[in-house]
Design a protein around this ligand. Structure first.
Ligand SMILES: [Mg+2]
Length: 389
């Protein structure tokens, strides 16, 4: 079986005004999606979703450029041609992740889908025979609340609890300076949230790297006392020694790494014991590199709980990855991506009461829905606009 061509589907869907979401000063107005399809001369295709923060049309350019190295090769040969470079993204051009590595992640996932299809088994079974089929999902959102109405966060989280989720991750809301929010005020809201949802629901906070080191130390102590399950990306990664100090100070795990595309990027954070949970994402790193990261995490006795946002194919790939881990924990599920999240696959998997059942079909277990490019044409421009007060 030889690779004959590669294709990238760039898709978009505008969020209805009421469904737009806000963090900091950004308002997300549309869902972007980048899907990679690897075609072969035997009619079987592999599929993968690349993190669209690499910007879909730039990812498509890189897939086209890389395809020259892959066409005519077997799936196994092709896999050896791909090397994420781990370059830090140019934040002025693309946020979070460079499009080259996102393209590789999409291709690498599609190649693994093909390998498992050739073997006739679900991907997780290929990666680890006997892997569990049931993956716990935690609700990930808390992205909609404005500090003029923070009660929205509690109402939203109660909705996930009532839907059967046993864990939920929230964010830190709109720009704090707009409403003179302090760490004390934030911890008051977290205390209210903790009381409202009850002790049985695990809660996590994602700082999205927006806090200062000083704020993060105050918050971490407070969240630790409130029994939060982890505190994610409190401040920028450049503060590596502060990460190490913070992690050593509190019992509660400090977590991070969602935008790292290579083990090399994780390495100093492992060595300095910065994270007690690491959060690679196969849509950023590809499955091959994510497996290397998991191996190193095991050596450092650090659980892997992948980052997972955007659409359903990414969720399937991350779910197989979780199932293949030596100690499967849980997987993030974006609660606010809108209908495109699962419209991209023909038969979505079963998701109920916070759990996903991996289908028994070979590969990732799902196929792409038809006419996607016609139904969800790509809309040029950034997915977020400035949220002006
Ligand atoms: Mg995060």
């Amino acid at each position: 079986m030889k690779i004959t061509s590669l294709e990238t589907l760039c898709l978009s869907r505008m969020h209805e005004p009421a469904e737009q979401w806000i963090t900091g000063s950004g308002r997300t107005i549309k869902a972007d999606c980048a899907l990679v399809v690897v075609h072969t001369d035997e009619g079987v295709s592999g599929i993968g979703e690349a993190c669209p923060y690499g910007i879909p049309h730039l990812i498509r350019d890189w897939v086209a450029w890389l395809s020259a190295k892959l066409i005519g090769r077997t799936v196994r040969e092709a896999a050896t041609q791909l090397h994420p470079n781990g370059r830090i993204a140019d934040y002025n051009l693309v946020p979070f992740i460079n499009p080259h590595d996102a393209a590789i992640a999409g291709i690498d996932t599609a190649l693994w889908d093909l390998r498992a299809k050739l073997a006739g088994v679900p991907l997780c079974e290929l990666l680890r025979p006997g892997a569990p089929q049931q993956i716990e999902l935690y609700a990930s959102s808390g992205c909609r609340y404005d500090w003029r109405d923070p009660e929205q966060l509690i109402t939203e989280t109660l909705g996930y609890r009532d839907a059967g989720y046993t864990a939920c991750k929230v964010r830190i809301g709109t720009e704090w300076r707009w409403d003179n929010v302090t760490t004390e005020r934030f911890l008051e809201l977290m205390t209210e949230l903790r009381t409202a949802v009850g002790a049985r629901m695990r809660l996590m906070v994602d700082g999205n790297k927006r806090l200062s080191v000083e704020q993060a130390f105050v918050m971490a102590k407070g969240l630790d006392q409130l029994g939060f399950a982890w505190f994610e990306e409190p401040f920028p990664y450049e503060e590596i020694d502060a990460y190490a100090r913070l992690s050593a100070m509190v019992e509660m795990p400090i977590s991070g790494g969602e935008q790292f595309t290579t083990l090399e990027q994780f390495r100093p954070y492992f060595e300095k014991r910065c994270f007690k949970i690491v959060q690679p994402d196969v849509a950023c790193s590809g499955i091959t590199e994510a497996l290397h990261i998991a191996e190193m995490a095991e050596r450092y006795d650090v659980p892997v709980i992948p980052h997972n946002w955007h659409h359903g194919l990414m969720t399937m790939a991350n779910a197989h990855y979780v199932a293949a881990l030596p100690r499967p924990h849980s997987l993030e599920l974006c609660m606010i991506q809108g209908p495109l999240q699962w419209a991209i696959v023909a038969e979505p998997p079963q998701i109920k009461a916070g759990g996903l059942t991996i289908p028994k079909h070979p590969g990732l277990g799902v196929e792409l829905a038809s006419d996607l490019a016609a139904r969800f044409p790509y809309i040029e421009g950034h997915y977020a606009v400035m949220n002006l007060r």
